[in-house]
Design a protein. Structure first.
Length: 540
């Protein structure tokens, strides 16, 4: 959200559309343009009265597109300002600079000066990037005064930054961070203030420069991690090993935060939904603030559990929720009730009536373009076994169809669909990109199934004795007969909470009962197709 404007990137295997709606006019009036691929990541910023977007777009190739929303002949139009091919995973947009995390299939943080069309390499910290704790993409990148800060799961990497050079400055180790969001600057100091989800709950982190090259880190718990409630009947079950909160967001003012609580839902009783929570951020550290929460489970609401993307503007009192079913709604931030003027509407309908007015003028994005049948991505299984490393004779090439019983290698588990194993590798472990199986070995008598696969240029293993974690090898390893792999631990464990919520509530909706008023039978995939959408799973 940018003021009273709602920006929506809606993508599937058939088409990808970027839209901007004026919330004063409703969702029936908007500006739209088609993109050459799916939007995977993005950042927005208001610069000189214009909305600037940096989008990581993935199709047969990847690129970062810098796009502006401008006025042309009294109409809003999208203009492409710059493009950086072979880069993806946008983490930051700050003025002229876009922070990206993946370059040519390798997780390498770098900056793109989109006005000068210059890519700035970021020097590696001591020990380099090819170690397990730095092989994942970072959580975030922030420009702080004359510094660039890269935030990882257990450390801050600090760099001296100017337009001429980037130089490594300092590394500050810290306890575990699963999610991070940037607060507004403290007017009384130059401190960098962040809120994070950590094992203890939601914390306020404050980086403060005491003197030249001396940086101090303060951590304070704002909201303790909730405890798991006891189930109230025989249908309750113990929780899985996942955090009980996730989905942290900071409002446009930088002084309020929003998150999702799965504490009640984690007792695995269908009567307990997720809760949407919000609170002021006590930036001074001198006072504690409570938080309020509300149940978000009405049948007309978008499914909060469906990998929902949430944004909110605490100055206007609005928040928006969209999800993988193409459901989109805008709500009043205070009361949680839908806004009037038809501002609750689905985005999965046929888009033919929303063609942009003049796509050629002013260097705008290319003319209307949808993925053709040939361009629509084939299943990843068609690309299995193409980059086979050297292995001993116990391994077989991964080719579809696979032998009966090889359950871990079912194609639908590795397509990158919501909460499948490829999705987990991207969101919980920090390795975006196509997951392509290369080799497997099975011992059905011992129930052993081992896998080797690639993401970009890196080899991974999913070895039964190491489950549930993945392992990885150094870059440029192509002979695994003697090479030692290293375990990859989750960097964003809250993604496992999102996976739990998606699997649990989807299963309960699909197998609910007509008699139940709190869990009726419902199939949102079928509803999406009926509205003109394109589900990526068999919804039967």
């Amino acid at each position: 959200m940018a003021g009273n404007r709602l920006l929506v990137a809606a993508s599937n295997a058939h088409e990808s559309r970027l839209s901007c709606y004026d919330l004063n006019l409703g969702l029936e009036c908007g500006t739209h343009v088609y993109l050459p691929g799916q939007v995977k990541t993005g950042q927005a910023e208001i610069q000189n009265g214009n909305i600037i977007l940096a989008l990581g777009v993935v199709s047969q190739t990847v690129a970062v597109h810098v796009i502006a929303l401008r006025q042309h002949q009294e109409q809003n139009v999208f203009c492409e300002l710059a493009r950086l091919d072979e880069s993806s995973h946008v983490l930051m947009l700050s003025g002229d600079f876009v922070g990206c995390a993946v370059r040519r299939g390798v997780n390498v943080p770098h900056l793109y000066d989109w006005k000068r069309r210059i890519t700035h390499e970021i020097p590696s910290p001591p020990g380099g990037l090819d170690v397990p704790e730095r092989r994942s993409v970072p959580h975030a990148m922030v420009l702080w005064t004359h510094r660039l800060v890269i935030i990882r799961a257990r450390c801050f990497e600090l760099y001296d930054f100017d337009v001429a050079a980037i130089r490594f400055s300092n590394l500050i180790e810290t306890s575990t961070i699963w999610e991070v969001a940037v607060c507004s600057p403290d007017a009384s100091t130059d401190a960098l203030q962040l809120v994070v989800i950590a094992p203890v709950g939601i914390e306020l982190l404050r980086l403060e420069q005491l003197e030249l090259d001396v940086i101090q880190l303060h951590r304070e718990c704002l909201v303790p991690m909730p405890s798991l409630p006891e189930p109230d009947d025989e249908w309750g079950y113990p929780s899985f090993d996942h955090p009980l909160i996730y989905g942290l967001r900071v409002g446009s003012s930088g002084h309020r935060m929003l998150w999702i609580s799965a504490a009640n839902a984690s007792v695995k009783d269908p009567k307990y939904p997720l809760r949407l929570c919000q609170s002021a951020i006590a930036l001074t550290g001198s006072k504690k603030t409570g938080y309020i929460s509300s149940v978000f489970d009405h049948q007309e609401d978008p499914a909060l559990w469906a990998n929902a993307c949430i944004d909110f503007d605490d100055a206007l009192g609005l928040f928006a929720v969209g999800n993988v079913f193409g459901e989109l709604a805008v709500y009043d931030y205070g009361g949680g009730s839908p806004l009037p003027s038809c501002l609750t509407q689905d985005i999965a309908h046929d888009s033919d009536s929303f063609l942009p007015a003049d796509p050629i003028a002013l260097g705008l994005l290319p003319p209307i373009r949808r993925f053709s049948t040939k361009e629509a991505p084939n299943t990843r299984a068609s690309k299995w076994g193409k980059s086979l490393p050297r292995l001993d004779s116990s391994w077989s090439r991964a080719q579809y169809p696979l032998p009966n019983g090889a359950q871990l290698k079912s194609p639908h588990l590795w397509e990158g669909f919501p909460c499948d194993r490829a999705w987990i590798l991207e969101h919980a472990y920090g390795f975006p990109g196509e997951v392509l199986l290369q080799a497997f070995r099975c011992d059905y008598e011992e129930s052993i199934e081992d896998l080797v696969f690639t993401v970009g240029e890196r080899l991974f293993g999913w070895i039964m004795e190491d489950l549930p974690d993945f392992s990885s090898w150094p870059l440029n390893t192509d002979d695994l007969t003697n090479a030692e792999s290293q375990l990859q631990r989750p960097t964003r464990k809250t993604a496992l909470t999102a996976q739990f919520a998606f699997d649990w509530f989807l299963r309960n909706e699909l197998h609910g009962t007509e008699e139940s008023d709190w869990m009726p039978i419902r199939n949102r995939w079928k509803e999406m197709r009926a509205r003109g959408g394109h589900p990526f799973v068999d919804e039967s």
